[in-house]
Design a protein around this ligand. Structure first.
Ligand code: GLU
Length: 326
């Protein structure tokens, strides 16, 4: 038996044990679930699509049919999963942390039903501005017309953090817009915006669109002092690789802030359904990471890094079968 067929056989065996352990009666009925993602030009949407494809390919075995919904982003997804409107949602690790701890938007009202499924690709707080707008630093945003993101998006909270770290007030010191990230690139090209914030994996459709128009754009460095990170353990320093966007007017990687993407669910979602999602991804991890260039550096062990809420028991079972947790 060659290595690939051995892995496939082992995965199938693990799957039958796992499904048995998840309860026979539950398996007899078909389960429908939806993943909340983000705008169609981001990375959440295609990543959600890749997960759904793997789960649905195994529909006969798992008894689970997964669909994907384009949504407003992290904040929307966390709230919708918590209220039971969605069974799964993608959310930035910073907002996942705040929602679980009862901080930020969730001050005093933590989402106690939230459970972790997996961590995914890294995202970067990305500030794209038109070169002719003369924005070289975050402090230069004063008086400029900048899209911070729609309510419900993750980038909105990040943009506000970064702007405040430069001693500007996001509400009064700039002309802030609240549009979906998918609309911003066109508005920059039309001269109706000076730039936009988007917290997103790279490469992605929105930034590619923004950098390939006639009006030259560049990435702006975001480098807050060390103290900024002391109170925000979910942020790390990283860079935006300019090589991914050959038409951006940057000749080196741009320093910025990174955060992990996570997939969350609720403790009210059946064990079998969550097991199916994690198992389907681990069983064909190569296919999964090859579906989008932003996923290509992920390893199975990375799926467990950057999560705050406790693992859902269905996820735990799948990780244990793959030896990823004891
Ligand atoms: N991080 C963004 C948000 O939470 C979404 C990015 C994406 O769709 O890839 O709103």
């Amino acid at each position: 038996m060659n290595r690939t067929s051995w892995i496939k056989t082992a995965a199938l065996l693990a799957l039958s044990f796992g499904l048995l352990a998840c309860g026979g009666a539950d398996r007899a009925k078909k389960h429908f679930a939806t993943i909340g993602t983000g705008g169609v030009t981001g990375v959440y949407y295609p990543t959600g699509g890749a997960i759904a494809k793997l789960v649905n390919r195994g529909e006969a075995t798992y008894g689970v049919r997964l669909s994907v919904e384009s949504t407003g982003g992290s904040v929307y997804n966390l709230n919708a999963v918590s209220s039971g409107q969605l069974q799964f949602g993608m959310a930035q690790a910073d907002l996942h942390y705040q929602a679980w701890q009862g901080l930020g938007d969730w001050a005093g009202a933590p989402l106690v039903h939230l459970r972790s499924v997996m961590a995914l690709h890294p995202e970067v707080i990305t500030l794209v501005t038109a070169v002719d707008a003369g924005i070289e630093t975050v402090a230069d945003l004063r008086g400029k017309r900048i899209n911070l993101g729609n309510p419900g998006s993750g980038n909105r909270a990040n943009a506000e953090d970064v702007i405040r770290a430069s001693s500007l007030d996001p509400e009064s010191d700039l002309r802030a817009e609240s549009l979906p990230a998918a609309e911003a690139p066109r508005l920059v090209q039309d001269g109706r915006l000076d730039g936009f914030f988007y917290t997103v994996g790279h490469p992605n459709g929105a930034v590619s669109e923004a950098t390939s128009g006639r009006r030259p754009v560049h990435f702006v460095t975001i480098e807050p002092p060390a103290s900024f990170f002391d109170t925000r353990p979910y942020y790390t320093r990283t860079t935006i690789p300019n090589v991914l966007y050959p038409q951006a007017a940057n000749d080196a990687p741009t320093p910025s802030i990174g955060v992990a993407t996570t997939l969350v669910t609720s403790d009210t979602v059946e064990e079998l359904v969550v097991y199916a999602v994690v198992h389907a991804v681990l069983a064909d991890f190569e296919t999964f990471v090859q579906t989008h260039p932003a996923l290509q550096n992920l390893t199975p062990a990375d799926l467990l890094v950057g999560l705050t809420a406790p693992l859902h028991p269905g996820a735990e079972r799948a990780y244990r079968e793959y030896g990823l947790i004891p």
